[in-house]
Ligand binder design. Sequence first.
Ligand code: ATP
Length: 309
Amino acid sequence: MSQALAAETVRVRAPGKLNLFFEVGGVQQDGYHDVASAYQAVSLYEDLWATPSDEFTVTISGTVDVSGVPADDRNLAVRAARLLAQRMGYDGAVHLDIVKHVPVAGGMGGGSADAAAALVACDVLWGAELGTVELHKLAARLGADVPFSLMGGTAVGTGRGDQLSPALAKGRFDWVVVPSDAGLSTPEVYAHLDALRSRPDIAAVPRRPDVDPAVLHALRAGDPVALAEHTRNDLQVAALSLRPELRDVLELGEGAGALAGMVSGSGPTLAFLAADPESALELQITLSAAGYEALHVHGPVAGARVIPT
Ligand code: ATP
């Protein structure tokens, strides 16, 4: 790469997320469910390079199966770049080169991270300097999880999950993440939850969803044992009903020392909370020996950031 070209390329890294707590309320008039989520950004990142171009184009590669990711205008990162160009009245375009590490359709917000990365990269590349508040507004138009990938850290999300307030978290939390070969569609998981909730044994939330204060207390205290006692994901029952085989993996991880095992977001990625880095390593080894891909990550980490090239 020539120096001139290198200077014109902006590199951004954006994190995937785990939902430490996810309560799903009723369907709103806009078709979205009212939710309350505690998010944590974790050290599994998407890398994106933005280069000036005559057209909006995207190339996608990575350490995960990217065959399900659209390489055209449906790509959430391309939509983000177009939205920013429209917002600032910019008539140029951009080429985006995305290297994915977050499992696709895995419930870890990989597409949202790509969109957040594209917003930050194009903001710098085109000299828009929109600032956090404006970028957040654009992010919310792209998807419920996009604002959180911009923000990073640990946060509570309400509404669609996009009304964010930062949450204090002390120290670091160690997670072992187990991706699945095939993804799950988020709308399909929500629809399945709605169907299950018509059964008497799986009740809907009777009030406005809210994050359990015990979760926020455990995060503030940096206490993974207390966090494990209070994690919850309302989408888990639906994801496990669609993918019953995930129960065996959850049992294996919990039997191998995880403090808690849970479906991440809409799944099918599983997330196991470990007491410390050493326990996470042991858990990772046990799960790998049983034939599962297992990744040791930690949180909280920063949101979408420019990486100097
Ligand atoms: P979330 O947890 O935010 O609901 P997810 O992590 O389950 O999302 P993603 O990896 O974000 O799922 O992808 C969901 C779908 O979005 C994919 O199946 C794909 O068709 C589409 N998509 C559009 N753009 C992207 C992108 N840049 N990366 C991944 N998927 C994308």
